[in-house]
Ligand binder design. Structure first.
Ligand code: HEC
Length: 276
């Protein structure tokens, strides 16, 4: 019989913190023996759509998939670390069902299986779901996970351990709108301006291209960065002098009706959208 004093969890009811295989962490092999990733199965951390990015401020549902043809019982542990410094936390984790539980240890977040989550007798594969909330300061994150594809003998013997990681970076917003302007005001003292408003909490990149009615390019493609909670103005490349409007006039009066009385130009306000 193996007695491990001072543990908050029985191991089949959750792995001890710092077993994820992250830099500085141990893996489950500290007790379960063997070397990680020597079985014929695998572990994977999956995010919806296989995204490589996350939207700052928006929760991400993480799925930890464990596959192994020989396993009869299952466990995992996952952590979220700063991509710049794997010893520091990136955001927080939350359980979404009874298969997983979360813990903070040494300021770092961990999610691990519950006793019910080991799903004794289940063969082939299982998955665990955990919600991740990004940090207030968006930056690159790396998730590390270790999984135990266990034989279900109620001991730490004869189990197969797998490890993996997944890196995500904060998304920059994309403007994916095509807008038909009823009139492209250029020349003769008029011009067209597009306002890009980034309501998100991460910097975004926008590309704006004006076309003429016959489809020909009007002016150069403009690529611009829009700061978080910021805006940018892009003006068409029409000939002639450009309208010099005050910000108040534009904010208050901009509409879709084309050239304004007095030939003072035409403005549109386009909201930048973050991918979701
Ligand atoms: C500190 C030692 C220790 C570490 C580290 C550890 N375990 Fe365990 N584990 C045990 C012991 C002891 C048992 C058997 C007793 C029990 O089931 O609670 C066990 C049993 C299990 C079982 C049930 C196995 C079976 O065949 O019935 C699972 C699943 C499991 N652990 C998952 C994990 C995972 C996943 C990790 C790493 C993320 C891990 N453990 C890390 C000590 C450990």
């Amino acid at each position: 019989m193996l007695v491990l004093p001072g543990r908050s969890w029985a191991e089949s009811g959750g792995a001890p913190a710092f077993s994820t295989g992250a830099p500085g962490d141990a893996t489950c092999t500290a007790c379960h023996g063997g070397r990680p990733n020597t079985g014929s199965g695998r572990i994977a951390i999956q995010v919806p759509g296989g995204a490589e990015t996350y939207v700052p401020g928006q929760k991400v549902r993480l799925t930890v998939l464990l596959e192994d043809g020989a396993a009869r019982r299952w466990g995992f542990q996952l952590t979220a670390r700063s991509g710049a410094n794997p010893q520091s936390a990136a955001g927080t984790l939350a359980a979404v069902d009874g298969n997983a539980q979360v813990e903070t240890a040494g300021g770092l977040p961990f999610a691990t299986h519950t006793s019910a989550g080991t799903r004794r007798g289940t063969t082939g594969s299982v998955s665990f779901e955990v919600d991740w909330t990004p940090p207030a300061e968006p930056g690159p994150v790396t998730f590390y996970a270790a999984g135990n594809a266990a034989n279900g003998n109620g001991s730490s013997e004869g189990d197969l351990i797998y490890t993996t990681s997944l890196a995500l970076r904060p998304a920059t917003a994309t403007v994916t709108e095509t807008r038909v302007l009823p009139q492209l005001a250029t020349g003769e003292g008029a011009s067209t301006r597009i306002y890009l408003v980034n309501g998100g909490s991460g910097e975004s990149t926008a590309t704006v291209q004006f076309y003429k009615a016959d489809g020909a390019l009007a002016g150069d493609k403009v690529e611009t960065r829009v700061a978080a909670k910021g805006s940018a103005m892009v003006e068409d490349a029409g000939r002639g002098s450009r309208v010099d409007c005050s910000a108040e006039w534009l904010e208050g009066e901009a509409d879709d009706r084309g050239v304004r009385p007095g030939g003072r130009g035409f403005d549109r306000k386009v909201g930048a959208r973050e991918p979701g």
